[in-house]
Design a protein around this ligand. Structure first.
Ligand code: FAD
Length: 473
């Protein structure tokens, strides 16, 4: 039966694009190398019609399909299990630009296009495609939509869902739904597009998308500010919203311990205010301006004056050049690497509404330090979106693997219970995947879970689309 399916798949996409042996680890293990699966085959179709034929063949054989883009997902959603019975459907050969409509400010691309290629395509045409994240050189638009990716510009432009106008999808039955549209208004029934976005390959395969483009800003300025508390950081956010309005395109917070890891492991980076005793947090702000650099600078300086008067900023630097701005962003983006250099840690990608973040952090810090003395809390992230990477570093001097074996579940429970207490989400950006499917069962209401299961049953009654991802089987 397996051999028959493999022969059918070879007939659809060609022998060279059905991979069954050799080193398939790029497709079979997740980005953080925690899970090593084994597929029946990796199939690489080149067109929507080929995707549809592959899905039909798999559906007939009752064989599960795992959609995969760049395989940079952080929730173990894009790799097969260890059964050797699942087909990985890689979209990486589908990278075409189908249409760029300058008057409608939209671009239609195939799902396997790399995010950075789309950013460059938009840039060459004189536009901005604002989705931006550290994996942009490898992740795909299909994966970005599959996970509803966020990144650094959500505050101004929204996440992948808000950037998408239309989709083309191959359903679990192998039918092609052409929902590619550049319409900004369309109230004709249930929103199928939004159903597929963020569904992590569990309802169908996204094969193409129409995405929004934006005018490029005339100037972009970055500031780095030391703040006396998380409350002050949130007050600064409020002032920035008020005085920069739509110009505010980035607002990142970094805890002192997170910055100290950057200082320790990346001594070549100059971290402003890292040794300032009265500043437990620093904030990175980005102001994009449609007029000019001098206009942007004047607005930024006015904002910082007000912030100094308010007391929510202790000290600040504004980058003098793009190179300096890049260096400041590099500090923020280096925190995950610095954490890895320091040793094992437990990552969380949570959200709580911004106004409640100070109370959440105070509460969660106290609970963790009380229950697991010695843990080191690495706190940073997209404060403008209420999205924190509230990570837990193994206590100094302790064996990392042993600590994770003994304490990882407890740490996760303490953090996610705290998030639930503050009405937050245990996954702000990275999705549920297989990694957190049990958390979904625990933290979502029975009514919400019931509706999700009904949707899954209606669209994928055989449960062949990424089984075990999002909803437990
Ligand atoms: P994959 O990893 O291949 O797949 C992810 C999920 O989407 C899987 O469930 C898969 O089945 C599904 N999928 C993939 N393609 C399709 C398709 N065509 N149709 C339907 N479903 C599909 N994420 C953020 O949101 N914000 C960040 O700031 C961020 N930073 C990151 C930084 C680094 C260094 C890394 C490694 C990851 C980061 N991520 C971030 C996570 C990851 O990059 C995103 O989730 C990205 O959107 C995944 O894209 P991908 O093409 O790699 O998808």
């Amino acid at each position: 039966m397996d051999q028959q399916l493999i022969a059918t798949l070879r007939g659809i996409v060609g022998d060279a694009h059905v991979l069954t042996d050799g080193d398939l680890s790029a497709y079979e293990q997740d980005w953080r190398k925690r899970v090593h699966g084994k597929s029946l085959a990796v199939v690489r179709p080149a067109s929507t019609q080929e995707v549809a034929a592959v899905v039909k063949a798999c559906a007939q054989a009752h064989t599960p399909i795992i959609a995969q883009g760049g395989n940079t997902g952080l929730s173990v959603g894009s790799t097969p299990d260890s059964s050797g019975q699942q087909v990985v459907l890689s979209l990486l050969r589908m990278q075409a630009l189908r249409q760029l409509d300058a008057d409608n400010l939209t671009v239609t691309v195939e799902a396997g296009m790399i995010l950075q290629t789309l950013q460059d395509t938009a840039d060459k045409a004189g536009f901005l495609f604002p989705l931006s994240l550290a994996a942009e050189g490898s992740c795909t638009i299909g994966g970005n939509l599959g996970t509803n990716a966020g990144g650094t510009q959500v505050l101004r432009y929204g996440n992948a869902r808000e950037l998408c106008l239309g989709l083309e999808v191959v359903t679990a039955q192998g039918d092609i739904w052409n929902g590619l549209t550049g319409l900004r208004k369309d109230n004709t029934g249930y929103d199928l597009r939004d159903l597929f976005i963020g569904s992590e390959g569990t309802l169908g395969i996204i094969t193409a998308a129409t995405m929004k483009l934006f005018p490029q800003p005339a100037a972009q300025l970055t500031a780095f500010a030391a703040v006396p508390s998380m409350e002050a950081a949130v007050r600064l956010l409020g002032l920035a919203h008020q005085h920069l309005a739509a110009g505010l395109t980035g607002f990142e917070v970094m805890g002192k311990f997170a910055l100290s890891l950057v200082v320790k492991h990346m001594p070549q980076l100059r971290v402003p205010f890292a040794d300032m005793a009265e500043a437990p947090y620093c904030v990175l702000l980005e102001n994009s301006d449609s007029e000019s650099e001098s206009h942007a600078r004047a607005r930024f300086e006015h904002l910082l004056e007000l912030a100094f008067e308010d007391g929510c900023v202790l000290d600040a630097v504004v980058a003098e050049s793009m190179a300096q701005a890049h260096d400041l962003w590099h500090i923020r983006e280096s925190i995950p690497l610095a954490q890895a250099e320091e040793g094992l840690n437990i990552k969380h990608d949570i959200s709580v509404q911004a106004s409640r973040i100070p109370a959440f952090v105070e509460y969660a810090d106290a609970v963790l330090l009380r229950e697991i003395p010695g843990v080191r809390l690495v706190n940073f992230g997209h404060l403008g979106d209420g999205n924190l990477h509230y990570n837990v570093q193994v206590p100094e001097g302790q064996d990392g693997k042993q600590f994770l074996n003994e304490k990882e579940n407890l740490v996760n429970t303490l953090v996610y219970d705290a998030v639930a207490k503050f009405d937050g989400s245990f996954s702000a950006e990275h999705g549920v995947g297989a990694l957190k499917a049990d958390k979904l069962e625990h933290y979502k209401s029975p009514v919400a879970l019931g509706m999700m299961r009904a949707i899954k049953q209606a669209l994928d009654p055989q449960a062949i689309m990424n089984p075990g991802c999002v909803l437990k089987v």
